[in-house]
Design a protein around this ligand. Structure first.
Ligand SMILES: [Zn+2]
Length: 478
């Protein structure tokens, strides 16, 4: 007989008639890589039974902007403006020649470390994102080959593609930021990304798929985006591009193209169904209308936005306009539950208490991401869907009568207990086979400390670290 695993728990979030549905004291049956049954009971024979008790068996989360490096945005939390704090290259650094601040080995480790962190947070499908500020230019094929190896080994479902760009920004000593371009270099990056995509798409039994990542709208030329759109369309791959996220970006786009970012994408003919757009926090109603008309996806990352005083304005209005909204973590911790909670709060701050309910945000973290990727087999637990599952422990949690409302009020990513991806149990009781979480965290911290030590090289005026990152309280002398 084929091996079948039956999971039971107090709560199962299944899916039928195009909507999630809650089963109290439910069951999920996995056979091979797929779910074959969801309901209150199962009559067929099974080879293994696992009872999770007080827990939610949830579809795994789809993270469209999945943190995949050692997050440098946390350094800017109390330290701004960005141009003074190493987030815009000073002219002096560019003149000397930007360099890789991590070795290829460190970058490869960071991808694997990040993937384990995503799994720990119940993320089962990830489109990795990393910052390019500390890179020589774009991401490399070598580190994405390593990322593919890590995904295969850990069992994470990923869409992979090295980020590339034709341009960047530099600042002068007064904080005037201007665009610089190197189009041949960016087009070379796209060529490399396309060759990588063709090579890895569908590998690891379909666990690894290709994506394209022209980094941020203000770092891309029209030629780069048109070519990207053509290649991605031919492959049926998603394209992710940061857009409408900062006032500096708005100014640079307006100076060069005399319009708003989304308007420009639409005008050059690239805005389309497979285009995924973080963050949209600066978008106008007219731009939202263009996103809706194109069926592109808005990638909402409420935690990283809120940390910097921003919010999507607004989730309820975008939802009502028919925009597909998916979620991204984009910062440390890659806690999708916290992210959903922040999404609820910021939507209510924008539009009031009754403007959004827990199921709207849960849909975005699951079905919205699946729709963005054109994957009706992801983001839901139903017969025929992939067995991508997050089990969230509620044994120590005060529960509301509804499991989704409990997640929005009372749980955190640390409550994720078990994770299944493609029918494989990739995490058991918080442990990922082959991963020493503490040892890896120590190694990651040493690499991050090394990067922090090199910040003065890349910061305007080259001040010492202690001036770039100001302390909370005075540091007492030893
Ligand atoms: Zn982002």
């Amino acid at each position: 007989m084929t091996s079948r695993t039956l999971l039971t728990a107090r709560w199962v979030i299944g899916h039928r008639d195009n909507r999630h549905v809650v089963y109290e004291n439910g069951v999920v049956v996995i056979e091979g890589t797929s779910v074959v049954h969801v309901g209150h009971a199962f009559d067929g024979a099974v080879t293994e039974r696992i009872d999770y008790g007080q827990a939610v068996i949830s579809p795994g989360f789809v993270d469209l902007d999945a943190l995949s490096d050692l997050d440098t945005t946390i350094l800017g939390y109390d330290n701004g403006p960005a141009w003074k704090k190493g987030r815009v290259w000073p002219e002096s650094y560019v003149a000397r020649g930007p360099y890789e601040m991590y070795s290829q080995e460190e970058l490869a480790f960071q991808k694997r470390h990040a993937f384990a962190h995503l799994i720990r947070n119940g993320i089962t499908t990830a489109l990795p994102i990393a910052s390019l500020f500390y890179r020589e230019w774009g991401e490399t094929v070598a580190e994405f080959d390593a990322a593919a190896d890590a995904a295969r080994e850990l069992g994470l479902r990923v869409y992979l593609g090295p980020a590339y760009r034709t341009g960047g920004q530099v600042t002068d000593a007064a904080g005037t930021i201007r665009a610089i371009y190197d189009e041949p270099r960016g087009l070379g990056g796209l060529n490399d990304a396309a060759a990588f995509a063709a090579r890895i798409d569908g590998s690891a039994g379909g666990l690894i798929r290709a994506m394209f990542a022209p980094d941020r709208i203000e770092t891309c030329t029209e030629t780069l985006l048109r070519r990207t759109a053509a290649i991605a369309d031919e492959m049926g791959a998603p394209v992710r591009q940061h857009c409408s996220q900062s006032p500096v970006e708005l100014r640079l786009v307006r100076e060069q193209h005399v319009c708003a970012p989304i308007e420009w994408l639409d005008r050059i003919g690239v805005l389309r169904r497979n285009w995924l757009l973080p963050h949209g926090t600066q978008a106008t109603p007219a731009e939202f209308a263009r996103i809706a008309a194109s069926a592109a996806t808005l990638v909402h990352c409420p935690l990283v936005s809120a940390r910097h005083g921003g919010l999507l304005n607004s989730f309820p209005r975008c939802r009502d306009m028919g925009i597909n909204i998916g979620l991204g973590t984009d910062t440390f911790p890659a806690d999708m539950i916290l992210n959903m909670q922040l999404g609820m709060m910021t939507a209510r701050l924008a539009e009031g208490m009754t403007s959004i309910r827990s199921e709207d945000m849960f849909d975005a973290a699951t079905l919205g991401g699946a729709r963005a990727l054109n994957r009706p087999d992801l983001g839901r637990l139903a017969p025929g869907a992939k067995a991508d599952i997050a089990v969230i422990d509620l044994r120590r949690t005060l529960q509301t009568p509804d499991p989704v409302q409990t997640l929005m009020t009372s749980a955190s990513g640390r409550d994720v207990r078990d994770v299944w991806i493609d029918g494989r149990r990739v995490m058991t009781d918080g442990t990922i086979p082959g991963v020493d979480e503490t040892a890896d965290a120590t190694r990651a911290q040493a690499q991050f400390d090394g990067l922090i030590a090199r910040y003065p090289d890349r910061t305007v005026g080259h001040p010492p670290v202690a001036e770039i990152f100001t302390p909370s309280y005075e540091r007492a002398e030893p």
